[in-house]
Unconditional design. Structure first.
Length: 523
């Protein structure tokens, strides 16, 4: 059967909805419908294209039905787009205009009083890309079996922490390249008729999620972090077709649908949750969730091109947002800097950057020391006019983060902490695009562009801070000093205009005094 490119299969949707709507005894059944907003942060890689995925709120519809130990679940991303991926022309036009959709359905069976689930399902990925101003379009659909493992890490009457690992080891699909008529590719004076080229694809995908859920009557608020790594290649010659690796923090709301025997089902649901809580619950007093923000005053310098020039960074207030969930000795936290315009480091340029840290800490028995590991993602992008054209550079770094924390002093009036985080090895990609726009008085000139990228090795990051925290009821006021030093070295990066290869690309260092506040909600 040949699918219509760019559309979710109608038959698959009907099958998923039929499974979700199957009539089961209402006594232990629950049906929920929810929506999450996902903030992707990652990289999109093609054969000669490496681009940072823009931060676009991605809505996802979630439908779930539970019956005793069975769970039926579907995730749907309706066709969205265009997604502003800053890619090259792909040989067809001056830009790309991709549209995406996604459907995943699964059935799982729980063991050990609901602590573990195992299941199987299916995943469908669709994309359709236009290449304006060219009339050529590309579309693809990839389908494959999905295997799921889910574990409840913590559960009580008030909240629940789940970890899910899903993988599609073998996916199959076809990429269609659609050429309309009249392109002038045939003999002189004879435009070609419309035709389509088909390229078979094979792919695999890893999908991991950490989700924290907080039920309130019929509603459940959830948030967490999701990681997706998708790799596709052409079946004929095994060339890379597409790769995406994404970190997606998300938040959402689920609504439990009413059933016929509402009182009976609610009573059964309370009995089930009470049983699970008796098995899995831990003391609630050790748990806390906090949301905070700090204002950091940047004061430092930027160096580039083997130290040929150093520019002081102008003073500006930089907001950093943070969320943290603590349970006994464990603490799961994330902090991020939203995409923002930075200092004008390159003359008449537009410079933007963003930053995301995630980490898991484990404290000692007396809570005076903690050690942990996490991940750092840093993005930089600048645009610079250049003669009759422009130059766009994108830099993305990612790597493991190791953290040590020590409490230097503590009393009823406050707490003094020292924190040191190190990313000893950051892997990344430096992408450069030059575009030439001919002047209006040049009739024989035509637009042109060139693109190159380099895999960077040898980048590192040091992040140290001294923080004084003062509790004020459900909020905490903090102030202190933070130092960040990011260095990118790469001996394999070639020199320009016959110059020798460079071993130093750029360095950013900043000493940031800050003040902040965090809030811990009740209940």
């Amino acid at each position: 059967m040949r699918y219509l490119p760019g559309c979710v299969g109608v038959g698959s949707v009907l099958i998923a909805l039929t499974l979700l709507g199957v009539t089961l005894p209402a006594r232990a059944d629950t049906t929920t419908v929810g929506v999450t907003l996902n903030g992707p942060s990652g990289a999109h890689i093609e054969q000669q294209e490496v681009q940072a995925v823009p931060f676009v709120p991605l809505p996802m519809i979630e439908i779930e039905h539970k019956h005793k130990r069975l769970r039926l679940r579907a995730e749907i991303v309706p066709p969205i787009g265009p997604v502003p991926l800053a890619q090259g022309d792909g040989g067809f036009g001056l830009g790309q205009d991709p549209r995406l959709s996604y459907l995943a359905g699964e059935v799982t069976y729980s063991l050990n009083q609901g602590r573990f689930e195992f299941g199987v399902g299916q995943t469908i990925l669709n994309q359709r890309t236009l290449y304006p101003p060219s009339p050529i379009a590309q579309a693809s659909r990839v389908v494959g079996a999905r295997y799921v493992i889910r574990s409840v890490l913590y559960s009580s009457l008030r909240e629940r922490l789940e970890a899910t690992l899903a993988f599609n080891p073998s996916m199959r699909g076809v990429q269609y390249t659609i050429y309309p008529s009249g392109l002038g590719l045939g003999p002189i004076g004879h435009p070609t008729p419309p035709f389509t080229l088909n390229d078979p694809e094979s792919a695999s995908m890893v999908d991991a999620t950490l989700r924290w859920s907080i039920p309130r009557n019929r509603y459940t608020f959830s948030y967490g972090l999701r990681y997706i790594n998708y790799v596709a290649s052409y079946t004929n010659d095994h060339r890379l077709a597409d790769r995406n690796h994404l970190f997606m923090p998300f938040m959402g709301l689920d609504w439990q649908l009413p059933l016929k025997h509402d009182g009976e089902s609610s009573q059964a649901a309370r009995a089930i949750s009470t049983t699970a809580a008796a098995t899995l619950a831990r003391p609630v007093r050790a748990d806390r969730t906090s949301f905070g923000m700090t204002l950091n005053g940047t004061a430092g310098s930027y160096s580039a091109d083997s130290g040929e020039f150093t520019i002081p960074a102008s003073f500006r207030l930089l907001p950093i947002f943070r969320v943290e969930q603590a349970h006994k000795r464990l603490s799961l936290g994330a902090e991020g800097i939203l995409p923002n315009s930075g200092s004008n480091l390159f003359g008449p340029s537009l410079y933007k950057w963003s930053y995301l840290n995630t980490e898991l800490l484990y404290a000692s028995s007396n809570s005076r020391y903690a050690l942990g590991v996490g991940n750092t993602v840093a993005n930089e992008r600048f645009f610079r006019p250049q003669g009759f054209g422009s130059e766009t550079a994108t830099l993305r770094l990612e790597g493991l983060r190791y953290t040590a924390l020590g409490v230097l002093a503590s009393s009823g009036r406050g707490r003094l902490e020292a924190r040191l985080s190190v990313n000893p090895y950051l892997n990344g990609v430096y992408s450069l695009t030059d575009a030439f726009s001919p002047p209006s008085n040049c009739s024989r000139c035509s637009p042109a562009s060139s693109h190159s990228f380099t895999h960077l090795r040898g980048a590192s990051l040091v992040d140290g801070s001294l923080v004084w925290s003062v509790p004020l009821g459900l909020s905490t006021f903090s102030y202190g000093l933070r130092y960040i030093n990011q260095t990118i070295n790469d001996g394999s990066l070639p020199g320009f205009s016959g110059q020798p290869a460079r071993t130093f690309l750029e360095r950013n260092s900043s000493l940031m005094p800050f003040i902040g506040v965090s809030i811990r909600p009740r209940g």
